[in-house]
Design a protein around this ligand. Sequence first.
Ligand code: FAD
Ligand code: DHB
Length: 397
Amino acid sequence: MINIKTQVGIIGAGPAGLVLANWLRKYGIASVIIELRSREYVEGRVRAGLVEQNTKDILKELRLDARMNKEGIVHDGVYLSFDEERIHIPFGELTGGRTISIYGQQEIVKDLTDAWLQEGGELHFETKATKIVDFDTKSPKIYFEKDGEEGIMECDFVAACDGFHGIGRKTLPKKSFQSYDITYPFSWLGILAHVAPSTDELIYAYHENGFALHSLRSEMVSRLYIQVDNDESVDNWSDDRIWSELSKRLATPGFELEEGPIFEKGITPMRSHMIDSLQSGRLFLSGDAAHIVPPTGGKGMNLAIADVKHLVDAFVDFYSNNSEAKMDSYTRIALQRIWRAQDFSNFMTKLFHKQDAHGSFTYRLQKAKFDYLKVSRAYKTTIAENYVGLPFESFEI
Ligand code: FAD
Ligand code: DHB
């Protein structure tokens, strides 16, 4: 039996768990992370790329932004297209200088893992949390399995940062929360390709064939997505078919899409999932463990890190002031931003995805929104401030 004792036991070495551990260390609060997958797997997992202003500010505060500043790409705006017409939303001008950066989630995960391990942090890869018990007492425990051996982590608090399929949410007593779900009737087929981006900033596009998004990773790597049916398989999508569909959906007069070798293809279903309590006793949930937003708008990783900010505030208040006030308000404070992000992600999803026949009532409402965006600075500001992320002060703390 392996025995570990710490103050905060963290399950999951994704963005939420790693930011939490690194941040707590700044305040002298001890934590240990256990992670189901190998280091290679976690660091290679292709996911998010959009880093909003608050996340950049947090990484700066943690002094973990050096590589992002060097290799990430700052964007001061975004293009929105509808039926081959394109407009630009300038973030800086509409939000008082806030921006986003494009920097792969797995790069953030590498930077956070390196920083944690270099300063002697304890992180157990290929270790599966199997059970969380006694979280209604002052000494909760996480049972785990590592190399076929059973282990137990005794801690003051458990932070379940173990993503959508983890054990944190499943452990919350059923009667302590309500859940809300939407399953969208489409998925995203995402690719990475060795080709220079054909755009200087991201393009979200509605087309009668469905949604398309042109994002990027570097001067030589592009990231693109298209809307596909939920039952689609990547096997039905040859490289030629993907590029042909992307060029149709992203077309506007004068725009040319460069093509290149595709080296990664994957299909992601789209859903919204919410629970209305992120805590039970000494068990706290952060990130995808507690909520899922559809990817349109790039909020998932940013929300995970925003949750952690409130959790750090709560633990610091506890260990420095012996106060449980911020723990008690964790759910209420975090849910304000999470619901805002659910609404924005749902809005962006419905505006740019094909939901009904081209020309239908739903289509005309989508088009009416886009036409209004063209003329209204107020409407553009709404999109800009949500896209770059509202400052923490915008919500009641
Ligand atoms: P995760 O990253 O899922 O980490 C949880 C960790 O817990 C995992 O490493 C998992 O292996 C581990 N774990 C699970 N169960 C156990 C267990 N029993 N024991 C031990 N460990 C366990 N978000 C954005 O902000 N911007 C974007 O541009 C964006 N684009 C996206 C595009 C795609 C295609 C996808 C799929 C997602 C995108 N997201 C985006 C969402 C974002 O990737 C997630 O919201 C983010 O990974 C959440 O971080 P997390 O730390 O909460 O969870
Ligand atoms: C990316 C993903 C998103 O979901 C999004 O809205 C913008 C960018 C990306 O992977 O780059």
